[in-house]
Design a protein around this ligand. Structure first.
Ligand code: 3PG
Ligand code: MG
Length: 392
């Protein structure tokens, strides 16, 4: 893998820079900008080298259609303030753009292409789209480790058409995760939560041989509860996961890895509701499971207590509503307490997890914090991520 910071001749070069600026945005306002802060070093590096920067990023999952609510505009504005420099957001159809159209006035050293997932070609890893993107620049930099598990055009295919380099944050993340996977101390506990069930549920089986405990919370836990015969009301779940879950429990027996899932939950009738504790047999048809209950918190804390290493991806509940933030908060508190006494090695990852940790001012209380969620888990699985493979 070639790193961009080893490159000398970047003066006036147009750099296509893939970033993951998929930050939480509510009513047009960024609620957590940690992912933006993390890529400031690569921006500052390229500015200093007098490169011209074309940023490619995505927000959300617009599925190949223009969606005004998922514009990169608020992100551009946030970055403009952070680096004290004007940024042009190019909204024109990318297919109509030519290299000469990008930097037409000397005011701008950075331009943004609008949300790359507005183009259906992106997620298809489309060859012509990648070729066209490549024609806009002189070289490509991937500083989006957290998207590198996606074989998408602006992450993977594009590297076939431009000299391609790893960015500073991507290198930092890989080095840290390499260390985690090679120097790890047992017992190891992995906590998996969040709402992207389809991204994560298939990974668990492959993680089982590597961990002593896997704690499943958040959206995915609903699938497990349902599989075990509990009603989950209106809660989110993924369809057709029974075989995967069967496999998870069978594999866990063969590898003496404990799978832990909620024993009680906090529910509401809507996402904005107050929270109410419920036993698993009390969940009504119109309930939404939005957090773990106190018995579950106690159980998780006992497991963390006996662990030497804990890797955490994905919140335990819908923490955006403070009524459902307690589970996530208690997990964080327990890990941080052990970490302060040097009794545990802790890594946390994922967009929502870091947003939560930032909210409670705890980003520095973990040994390492990764911007990546899905990519972090796939890396732990031992997979070569498509975006990384493409750089090698
Ligand atoms: C993330 O937030 O994990 C990355 O931006 C990837 O998003 P995706 O799961 O929609 O591909
Ligand atoms: Mg995310």
């Amino acid at each position: 893998m070639n790193n961009i910071q080893d490159q000398e001749n970047l003066n006036k070069k147009i750099v296509l820079l893939r970033l993951d600026l998929n930050v939480p945005i509510k009513d047009g306002i960024i609620t957590d900008s940690t992912r933006i802060d993390k890529i400031l070093p690569v921006i500052e590096f390229l500015l200093k080298k007098k490169s011209k920067i074309v940023v490619i990023s995505h927000v959300g999952r617009p599925k190949g259609k223009v969606n005004k609510d998922l514009s990169l505009k608020p992100i551009c504005e946030n970055l403009e303030q952070k680096i004290n420099q004007k940024i042009k957001l190019i909204k024109e159809d990318i297919f109509k753009l030519k290299k000469g159209d990008l930097f037409t006035d000397s005011k701008h050293q950075i331009v943004f292409l609008e949300n790359i997932r507005f183009y259906k070609e992106e997620e298809k890893n489309d060859l012509n789209f990648s070729k066209h993107l490549a024609s806009l620049a002189d070289l490509f930099v991937n500083d989006a480790f957290s998207c590198s598990h996606r074989a998408h055009a602006s992450v993977s295919k594009i590297t076939e058409f431009l000299p391609s380099f790893a960015g500073l944050q991507l290198e930092t993340e890989i080095n840290a995760l390499k260390k985690v996977t090679t120097e790890i101390k047992k017992p190891i506990t992995c906590i998996i939560g969040g709402s992207k069930i389809s991204t994560k549920i298939g990974i668990i089986k492959n993680l089982i041989p590597k961990f002593d405990n896997i704690i499943i919370v958040g959206g995915m836990a609903n699938n497990i509860l349902n599989y075990k015969g509990n009603s989950i009301g209106k809660s989110i779940k993924e369809n057709n996961c029974e075989t995967i879950i069967d496999d998870i429990f069978k594999t866990s027996k063969n590898h003496s890895c404990s799978i832990i899932y909620p024993e009680d939950v906090m529910v509401g009738k809507t996402m904005k509701d107050k929270s109410k504790i419920k036993e698993l047999n009390e969940i009504a048809n119109d309930d939404l499971i939005l957090d773990i209950g106190p018995k579950t918190i106690k159980k998780i804390n006992d497991i963390i207590e006996t662990s030497e290493t804990v890797l955490w991806n994905g919140p335990a509940g819908y923490f955006e509503n403070p009524n459902f933030a307690n589970g996530t908060y208690e997990i964080a508190k327990k890990i941080i307490k052990k970490n302060k006494n040097n009794l545990i090695y802790s890594v946390a990852g994922g967009g929502d997890t870091i947003a939560f940790l930032n909210q409670v001012n705890a980003l520095d209380d973990f040994n390492f914090v990764s911007t990546a969620g899905g990519a972090f888990l796939e890396y732990l699985e031992g997979k070569e991520l498509p975006g990384i493979k493409a750089l090698n």
